[in-house]
Structures are given as C-alpha cells and as structure tokens.
Design a protein around this ligand. Sequence first.
Ligand code: NOJ
Ligand code: NOJ
Length: 414
Amino acid sequence: MKLALILFFPLLSFAIPSKQEQLKYSVAGIISNATRPDVKPGMVVASPSKSDPDYYYDWVRDTALTYSALVDYYAIKKDAKILGMIKDWVGSETSRQNKWSLTGLGEPKYNIDGTSFNGPWGRPQNDGPALRALAMIKFARILLANNQTDYVIKNLYRGMLPADSVIKKDLEYTAYHWDEASFDLWEEEKGMHFYTLISQYTALKEGAALASELSDEGAAQFYKEEALKIKNYITATFNDDVIGIKATVNKVGGGLHYKTSNIDVAVLLGLLHNYPYQDIYKFGDARVKKYVEALTNSFKLAYTLNHNNKTAAVAIGRYPEDRYDGYGTNGTGNPWFLATAGLGEYYCILQKSSKRNYSEIIESQFQMVLYHSDRQGHLSEQFNRDNGIMQGARDLTWSYSSFLTAMMRCGLTK
Ligand code: NOJ
Ligand code: NOJ
C-alpha cells in the first residue's frame, strides 16, 4: 500500500515552493523561452517542446501577453536586461508586421526565425494585434514619462498614413477588421468573441489617448469612434441572464458541435488582460460575478480533482466541454495553470473595491498552482483533471507570465 502510494504520487517527495520562489522560477522560465540562441531576438517560443505537442513557434498572442507582463514588471523593477528584451521585442514585432503572411496582421503564429508559418491553421486570430498594441502602448507611456519621446516616435507610434509604425499598424488593422469573424484565442472556433472584442476595444480606446498625446488628432477621433461601436456591440450581444457573459456568438460553420454552454474562461481572461484600462465591466458588477460563479460551478462539476479538493480553490480549465488534453482533441480537457492562477488574480483585483475578504480563495488558488507544479519551478500547460499531474506542453511561457501577472496584480512583487 505504501509503495503504491509512493509510485502514484512521486511528486510528494518535493517541498512545495513558496509564491516568491515560484515567482523567481517564472521570471527565469520566461527569460529562458524568450532568449534562446536558435530563436530570433525578441521572439518567444510558446514552449520549448518540439513534439507532442510542437509548440516551438512564436504565437503573437502568447508573446504579447508575455511582454505585457514584462513591461509591467520592468515598471516595478527597472531592470536593464528586461528593458533590452523589450526593445528586441519591439524590433522583432516591427519586422514581423512587414513580412508577407496568409492573413496579414491577423496571422496567429510564426516560425522562430521570424518567417511566416503557412501551414494549415485557424486563422486569422484578431486578438493578436490588439494585445500587442496595448502592451506596446504601456511601454510607450513609460518612455514618454521619462522624456524619451524620440524613441517612441521612431520605434512605436507615428501619425503617418499608410501606417508605418508598429502600434499604429495594429490600431489601423483593428479599427478596420474588428467587425469580421476570426478564430478565438483557443484557435478552434471562427466567430465573434468577447475576448477578442474587449481586447480590440481597449486597444483602440488607449490607442486614441496615445494618438492624441502625440498630436495625431484625426486618428484619435477615429479610434475613439470605433472603440465606441465595439463597446455598443459587446453590451448588446454578450450579456446573458443565466451565465452572466457568454464567450462567442455568430459561429461560422457552426463551430465545435460539443462546445454548447458558452461558459469559457476566455471571458475572465479578457477582463484580466485588459485591466485596468477596460471600462465596460467592473470586476464587482453583478453580471461579472454571475459569470464567475457559472464558470466556477461548471469546473467544480467537471473535474474529479475539484470534487476531492478540500480547500477553497477551484481548478479552472478553458471551458467545461474541452477535449484538448494538451496533445490532441480526442481526449478530455484539463485545468490550466493560467486559468487557475487567473481566478486568484480576479479575486485580488475584486478585493481592491470590496469590503468582503477574499484572502482565503486568493491564497488557495496560488497554492493549487504551486501544489500541481513539479515543485522545482516548472509549469506546463495543464494538470490532469483526475490526478493533478502536469501534462501538455512543458514550460509553457504563458503559464509563467500568468503567474507573474497574478503576483503583480496581488501586490506581491514589490
Ligand atoms: C492546437 C491549439 O493550439 C489548441 O488550442 C486546440 O485546442 C488544438 N490545436 C485543437 O484544435
Ligand atoms: C494553445 C492555446 O489554445 C492557444 O491559446 C495558445 O496560443 C497556443 N496553445 C500556444 O500556447
């Protein structure tokens, strides 16, 4: 009996890392995936895994979210090495935008030498340019506050048409394409997605402010008008009396036949990734709370891991009907680290405007991530819904960046 237990839970022999230890591992994990000698400087592999699954590519979304975290981290730490990485990223995104690809700026993933990936894929994915624009706008603001306007105008935003600067290209693309169906962040369904739209809204709203600051007033007006149209579309379309906020509408070709609840962590991620700029939904809104409750309940029901868990934590995956097990779609979906950490991050932000005390759930979400890590700093994409053991792409950059972001939002990185 004892032996069987030891074989079944080989990880129990390692001490669970502290949040601060995992923070260090996560930053190191990002840096390792973002500075590989065989990868073009500024590009990031989604994971070092080259087969089963092959994640040895740069996804525009993963990279934008990772650099968004690094820009925030730089604002706190002022670390010269991180600044150098951010500048390399600006350079590689600029050249990526100018490469021919099948869907232009909507292209979701690229080869690690910077050339476009032209194999079959779910494309376009129009969240990418919006997420990249917001991350770069944050960087531009840090520079403007430090009188580095020259760098901003040379490398980030110039009021020229046709657009010839990285932020403006993304804003123009977003302003002209937001009303077109594209693939969701999970690369599975073509349609209109809350996640994509709220990212596009926020990018255009913040882009309008930056354009105005840099005296590009006509553009500022245009971005603002398109942002308002998106806001009206979102509020008229995604609110739902039963689940709070739904994830996707107007699916092209019917979408995945088994994805029926429309409950998806993508909605939560949309709120988190656009915080604190997004102003359509407040974290304490009854509608948001209803959605988070529906989300949480659906995963409580779906995973044995949650049935057996005695703490306040809930393991969260992408959506309850998910069949992607990290290797293929003939399996069953599992909790993801970035989603489970994301729920903790949500409560940290909610805490700022609430009299209720959320410290127990916040701490439990972090502990759940730490418990299911390999306890030596590594975080893959998923952990098994039954036994909690890690699976899917190893050392997923986005797992690390979500941990870093959660720590920053919870005020634990000072
Ligand atoms: C790989 C994608 O990245 C993942 O999100 C998707 O679920 C599977 N392919 C199946 O389409
Ligand atoms: C699959 C995920 O569904 C997608 O969101 C992500 O961009 C890729 N893997 C790469 O990490």
